[in-house]
Design a protein around this ligand. Sequence first.
Ligand code: 6PG
Length: 255
Amino acid sequence: MSSSSIKVFSDINELSHFAAQLFSTIAAQAIANRKRFIVSLAGGGTPITLYRLLASSPYSQSLSWEKILFFWGDERCVSLDDVENSYHQAYQALLGKVPIPEDNIFRVKAELTPAAAAIDYASQLQTLAENGMRWPRFDLVVLGLGEDGHTASLFPGSDETNGVASMAVTANYQGRPASRVSLSSNVFNSARTVMFLVTGAQKAVALAATLAGVREPDNLPAQRIMPIDGNIIWLVDVAAARLLPSVIDGLIIQR
Ligand code: 6PG
């Protein structure tokens, strides 16, 4: 059974506090039920506030870090110490500040060519796969939304027909590194929970088009994210939500 919900917050701080509590709740449930919590992090600027909160009290003490396994939904193929590298961003904000075993961090090997890194990441995913799948069923996937409707590194017009777990892509977006590796929507859609974090007036058009516009997933890749048997939770701020109608497909927007 899948469900969707949208919650609107006054700003990124209020949103990130809610997201941190949700992350903690989902982690506790996963660890209680399956002895581990497998999460995919997002790059970009929006989730940094969340990551910093998780690295601080109470979460830094309350989360069972040794039972949490970190992946990324996508990565920019730049060196590990490049500020644009998503692993680097998460390490600075969170991973380097809490006791996470190194073996629990599954980063994209950005030092390889994008094609080789995509193949390597697919094999890393397979190490945690169960029930005949080629990737793990993520307990939580954190995603952002670009102004063009992209998510992870699934950009407008990108092709996903071959059903692979991860792929090399080239994307020119806001001057960010172009060579990337992205998980496919297949992987995201097998997750138990997908949590989108979207803030800022500059995202309002993309958010309204994605949630309330014509269905066109080729051009609006975030529309491809529809968990088969999972929940999708949109955490947005007032500025990003300003063009949303009050009701979307029977879905109440919780303001
Ligand atoms: C990335 C992300 C990308 C991001 C959106 C939103 O590596 O950049 O995976 O999909 O989530 O572009 O980015 P902001 O949070 O910076 O607006």
